[in-house]
Ligand binder design. Structure first.
Ligand code: FES
Length: 106
């Protein structure tokens, strides 16, 4: 099972196992990882599942769709590694992915 590490805005790190075929957002919710609201349930319509992808992983992930890019405009404190975690699919290739949750969502 791939593992994903979530680091919160205070620097606390949580590493959890993720199901292949789910999303990074669903993995966070299922494991009670704080800092991800996911108000729209993964429909790419709220931007409250915003995360910062670790620099080492930015190029390894499939690129954001134009819909995701547009929705990211509504996220809080967008940075170069910003992604919507509901749009990042879990696969064995992302084993070890590290993301940081922002100070706040929305
Ligand atoms: Fe709403 Fe990701 S959960 S955009």
């Amino acid at each position: 099972m791939p593992k994903i590490t979530f680091i919160d805005a205070n620097g606390t790190s949580r590493t959890v196992e993720a199901d292949v075929g789910s999303t990074v957002m669903e993995t966070a919710i299922r494991n009670n990882v704080p800092g991800i609201d996911a108000e729209c349930g993964g429909a790419c319509a709220c931007a409250t599942c915003h995360v910062y992808v670790d620099e080492a992983w930015v190029e390894k992930l499939p690129k954001a769709s134009s819909i995701e890019e547009d929705m990211l405009d509504f996220a809080y404190d967008v940075r170069p590694g910003s992604r919507l975690s509901c749009q990042i699919k879990v696969s064995n290739e992302i084993d070890g992915l590290t993301v940081t949750t922002p100070e706040q969502q929305g």
